[in-house]
Design a protein around this ligand. Structure first.
Ligand SMILES: Cc1cc2nc3c(=O)[nH]c(=O)nc-3n(C[C@H](O)[C@H](O)[C@H](O)COP(=O)(O)O)c2cc1C
Length: 340
């Protein structure tokens, strides 16, 4: 089926589309995302920023009923993602071509010169590029290229998800941790290709708000003003503006969310509810000043503390967590039960 006319596709402002995005974990398996929408998401990825215009990010678009490798794919996906991929309309497997760096650097920059993008104004010149810049870039070991290009693939995926959000297509990134190397093997990827991430796409079976915007750390805990450790603060007027524009939305859980997940579980014969954490751990989290917790999540925490039979902290794991954090130089006392 061909794409609709432009006039038939509602325009969603970018701030609204970004604010509407959620990780969707329940898809309507009876609805197929139209091909033109998948194509649009891939086009958005293709036009994301990429280093030297080398175009390292590729994708394999997979449909459950069409792909002979589905069973192998399912074996690779982490257990908590199996339901998700089976309900999704499409699975996009994003892959990163490391050889784009080594093979396409010269052509990428040559193309940028022809476009009038790379110019002498900024110091580009052919001789220096060919004798210094490009050979230096091409001498990077693959580990370095890997880190650089995966970042670039992340850009592409984020663009695809934003475009999907603007077209009411739900997205979630999903880990394939169960069988490392399994996707590369199943698809016979050449050795210079890396499987970067899986991306399930579909129409949401949950309310598209997915119970509200998920909390983040406070703005000023994430951003630094001219010096590391000096908070970069967001002006309240900007926050107010962004609420109006839809980038910042009401925080989860919205009223009815818990009923919604129970109903979704019942419909599919799955266990209802969410996982529980110990009371002391919930209290510790709610008192953590780094998080931007609003009234909804605080009310939910209070309700859980008052009404639920919560587990105990697995004391035998304390040493393990302490050791794991110590290895990274993290002060475990903030993250582990008090008194340690
Ligand atoms: C690289 C990456 C991998 C993720 N992997 C998973 C996953 O395997 N399963 C899952 O349910 N969510 C996964 N997520 C979704 C995150 O849990 C989610 O983005 C986060 O909880 C914030 O929620 P939001 O995306 O709705 O804002 C992943 C997200 C990213 C960016």
């Amino acid at each position: 089926m061909s794409a609709p006319s432009a006039a038939q596709v509602p325009d969603v402002p970018i701030l609204q589309a970004l604010g509407n995005r959620r990780s969707i974990r329940y898809f309507d398996e009876t609805r197929e995302v139209e091909r033109w929408k998948v194509e649009t998401m891939l086009q958005a990825a293709r036009f994301s920023s990429c280093q030297g215009n080398i175009n390292c990010t590729e994708a394999i678009v997979v449909r459950r009923d069409e792909c002979d490798l589905w069973d192998e794919i399912e074996e690779c996906v982490s257990g908590f993602n199996v339901q998700i991929i089976n309900q999704s309309s499409h699975l996009i497997l994003w892959v990163t071509n490391l050889n784009a760096w080594y093979g396409r650097a010269i052509d990428g920059i040559s193309g940028l010169a022809l476009c009038g993008a790379a110019t002498k104004y900024h110091g580009w010149n052919y001789e220096f590029s060919m004798t210094q810049t490009i050979p230096r870039l091409m001498s990077f070991p693959t580990e370095r290229t890997d880190a650089l290009l995966r970042f670039e693939s992340g850009q592409a995926v984020a663009n695809a998800m934003a475009a999907g959000s603007g077209l009411d297509v739900g997205s979630i990134l999903i880990a394939f941790g169960r069988k490392p190397g399994g996707i590369e093997k199943a698809f016979g990827l050449p050795p210079h290709y890396r499987f970067t991430w899986g991306h399930a796409v579909g129409y949401s079976a949950e309310d598209p708000k997915a119970g509200g915007q998920r909390p983040r750390l406070k703005f000023e805990k994430l951003y630094h003003d001219n010096a590391f450790g000096t908070p970069y603060v967001c002006d309240p007027s900007t926050e107010a503006l962004l609420r109006e524009k839809g980038l910042i939305q009401e925080q989860a859980p919205l009223p009815g969310r818990m009923d919604e997940i129970v109903a979704l579980a019942e419909r599919h014969g799955r266990d209802p509810g969410t996982l529980s954490f110990p009371a002391a751990e919930i209290e510790r989290l709610m008192n953590d000043d780094d998080w931007d917790f609003g009234p909804n999540i605080r009310a939910r925490a209070a309700h859980v503390l008052a009404t639920e039979d919560l587990p105990e902290y697995p004391e035998e794991m304390k040493e393990t967590f302490k050791k794991l954090m110590f290895e990274h130089g993290i002060d475990a006392s903030k993250f582990l039960p008090a008194g340690e």
